[in-house]
Design a protein around this ligand. Structure first.
Ligand SMILES: NC(=O)c1ccc[n+]([C@@H]2O[C@H](COP(=O)([O-])OP(=O)(O)OC[C@H]3O[C@@H](n4cnc5c(N)ncnc54)[C@H](O)[C@@H]3O)[C@@H](O)[C@H]2O)c1
Length: 299
């Protein structure tokens, strides 16, 4: 999407960190911004920033795991600004700890927000974007953890792998509607994510991880060295304009990714190690795809 001016952008987690950076940069590019966030204090701060600059903005208090509320928020955004062409599924949470100590509540909360929130954003807005027929762009925020999984970030990584997988598939599916899809994979960003336990709902209270003031303070020192969210969002703007799939503006991850994919490829035998098996499987797949495609097209 080349021309951002006048477009309506709906940004989950838009009141802080990565999402607030996206809100500021896409506002400067001429978009009208809808911020959807669970934290009222973040919303108040973000709104104050926009009002000082007289930039078009609307804020909605939203828990993205609440599907009914997501539909209401989409209705509200359309009432205020009209159809949404830019969707940023950005809101996310993280806590870290040993996988063997994890509780179901740790899984349910993190998967629910990080992956379920993206699913809800897509389910809410994609049918509306297809219906309005104006095209658009979706940016799903994953993480470097969508490629490389570290032990203490096991659940977080699983949620972000899922976001990446869904984004890659969605990009193929939505191209015919002129809707682009990008997946943002930051390494370290200077945000408030160390505080994300504050939004953990009481039904997910039982955690296997230690999260207290000392842990939060130590995480804050780490994120303080991260990329500025506005700088990150400038990369997002460039990627949206040129419809790039991956947004990974961190040179320091190149070598880790190279090592990772070298390990993956090392597990794959050479093409000539099983020619008969290859031919049989490929022929079966091609036949199945062709038959299915005919069925899909007939619907
Ligand atoms: N900060 C990093 O280093 C980093 C690295 C990689 C990926 N990310 C990803 O960036 C995204 C944004 O995180 P951030 O770092 O800007 O953190 P942040 O805490 O500064 O901002 C996230 C915002 O999302 C909101 N939010 C949390 N749960 C929500 C819910 N259920 N419904 C609606 N809003 C909710 C929070 O209130 C907050 O305002 C996340 O998906 C995170 O996983 C961050």
């Amino acid at each position: 999407m080349q021309d951002i001016s006048g477009k309506v952008a709906f940004i989950t987690g838009g009141a802080s960190g990565v999402g607030f950076g996206q809100a500021r940069v896409f506002s400067a590019a001429g978009a009208r911004i809808v911020i959807a966030d669970i934290r009222q204090d973040h919303i108040d701060q973000a709104l104050a920033w926009f009002r000082e600059r007289n930039a078009p903005v609307h804020a909605i208090r939203l828990d993205i795991t609440d599907r009914v509320a997501c539909a209401r928020a989409a209705d509200e955004a359309e009432r205020v600004f009209g159809p949404v062409q830019l969707l940023f599924n950005t809101a996310g949470v993280s806590i870290f700890g040993p996988l063997e100590k994890s509780t179901y509540a740790d899984y349910d909360w993190m998967m629910g927000v990080n992956f379920g929130g993206v699913v809800n954003g897509i389910q809410t807005f994609v049918p509306r974007m297809i219906a309005h027929g104006q095209g658009g762009h979706i940016v799903n925020t994953a993480s470097m953890s969508a490629f490389i999984a570290g032990g203490p970030a096991g659940i977080y990584s699983a949620s972000k792998f899922a976001v990446r997988g869904l984004s890659e598939a969605l990009r193929v599916e939505l191209a015919k509607y002129d809707i682009g899809v990008s997946v943002l994979c930051p390494a370290n960003v200077n945000t408030n994510i160390a505080e994300s336990v504050m939004t953990r709902p009481p039904q997910y209270d039982e955690s296997g991880y230690r999260v207290d003031g000392e842990v939060i303070a130590s995480l804050k020192t780490l994120y303080a060295a991260g990329m500025d969210p506005v700088e990150l969002a400038q990369h997002v703007l460039t990627a949206v304009r040129s419809n790039e799939l991956y947004i990974i503006p961190y040179p320091e991850v190149r070598e880790r990714l190279q090592n990772h994919f070298a390990t993956v490829l090392a597990a794959v035998p050479s093409a000539d190690s099983d020619p008969e098996g290859v031919a049989k499987r490929q022929a079966a797949m091609a036949k199945w795809v062709q038959e299915r495609q005919a069925q899909f097209n007939a619907r």
